[in-house]
Design a protein around this ligand. Structure first.
Ligand code: DX5
Ligand code: ZN
Length: 229
C-alpha cells in the first residue's frame, strides 16, 4: 500500500490570497496541490485556467495536480504544460479518444490521470490503466466543493485496488469530493491513498490546522485493518 497523502483542493480557498492559503496547507502536511479547472460546459461552474496555474507555479514547489473538468481537454493540455502543471487528469466522460488525450499529457512531460464520475464504472478503465499515473474517483458529482460524499464510491475504490493488484500495476488511487473527518477512514480503508480535500481544509479558514488534523485521521485509518465493502 502506498502511504496516504493529502491534496488540498484550492477550490475552497480564498482566491484573493492563494499563495498564503497554499503555504498554510503545505505546512499542514499537504504534498500536492489539487487545482480544479472548470469550463461551465462539462460542469455547471467556472473556475480558473492556465494563467492562475502559472502564478501558483511560482508560489509553491509542490506538484500541481490539475483536474480538468472541461470539454475538449486536448485543446488546453499544451497550455497547462506551459503553465507548469505536473499532473493532469481528464474525465473519461469528456474524452472521445481517451487514449489520445493521455498520450498528449505524457508527450508534454506531465503525469497522466483519468477521472470517473460517480455513475461511471471502474471496469471501463481496464485497458488504459497501464498508462496512467493515477485514477481519480469522483465521490461527488463534479462542479462544486462542500458536497456530500456518495457512499457507493467506496466500492469503486475497492474495485480499483483489486484491479491494481490483479494486473500488477502501480497507479495511485485518488478520491475527490466530500473527503472529511466523517468519511476519510472509510476512504483510506477502501484502498485510496491520494486524498483530495477542499472544504475540510480551507472551509473554516484554518488551513494549516485542518489539513494536519485530516491527515492525522487518514494515517490513523491506514494503520488499522482494512474494512470490507
Ligand atoms: C469538485 C472538485 C473538488 C472539490 C472537492 O468538482 O473536483 O476537487 O474541491 O471539494 P470538497 O472536498 O469540499 O468536497
Ligand atoms: Zn477536483
Amino acid at each position: 500500500m502506498h502511504p496516504v497523502e493529502l491534496l488540498p483542493s484550492i477550490l475552497s480557498a480564498d482566491f484573493a490570497h492563494l499563495a498564503d492559503e497554499v503555504a498554510r496547507a503545505e505546512r499542514g502536511g499537504g504534498t500536492t496541490i489539487h487545482v480544479d479547472i472548470m469550463d461551465g460546459h462539462f460542469v455547471p461552474n467556472i473556475t480558473i485556467g492556465p494563467p492562475v496555474v502559472k502564478s501558483l507555479r511560482k508560489a509553491t514547489s509542490l506538484p500541481l495536480d490539475c483536474h480538468l473538468m472541461i470539454e475538449n481537454p486536448n485543446d488546453f493540455i499544451p497550455a497547462f504544460a506551459d503553465a507548469g502543471a505536473n499532473w493532469v487528469s481528464v474525465h473519461y466522460e469528456a474524452c472521445t479518444h481517451l487514449h489520445r488525450s493521455l498520450e498528449l499529457i505524457i508527450h508534454h512531460g506531465m503525469k497522466p490521470g483519468v477521472v470517473i464520475n460517480p455513475a461511471t464504472r471502474v471496469d471501463l478503465l481496464i485497458d488504459i490503466l497501464p498508462m496512467v499515473h493515477h485514477v481519480l474517483v469522483m465521490s461527488v458529482n463534479p462542479g462544486f466543493g462542500g458536497q456530500e460524499f456518495i457512499p457507493f464510491s467506496l466500492k469503486k475504490i475497492a474495485r480499483l485496488a483489486e484491479l491494481r493488484q490483479e494486473l500488477g500495476l502501480t497507479f495511485k488511487i485518488e478520491v475527490d469530493g466530500g473527503v472529511a473527518h466523517d468519511t476519510v477512514a472509510q476512504v483510506v480503508q477502501a484502498g485510496a491513498e491520494l486524498l483530495v480535500a477542499g472544504n475540510a481544509v480551507f472551509g473554516a479558514g484554518h488551513a494549516e490546522h485542518d489539513a494536519r488534523s485530516l491527515l492525522d485521521a487518514a494515517r490513523e485509518a491506514a494503520r488499522t485493518n482494512p474494512a470490507v465493502f
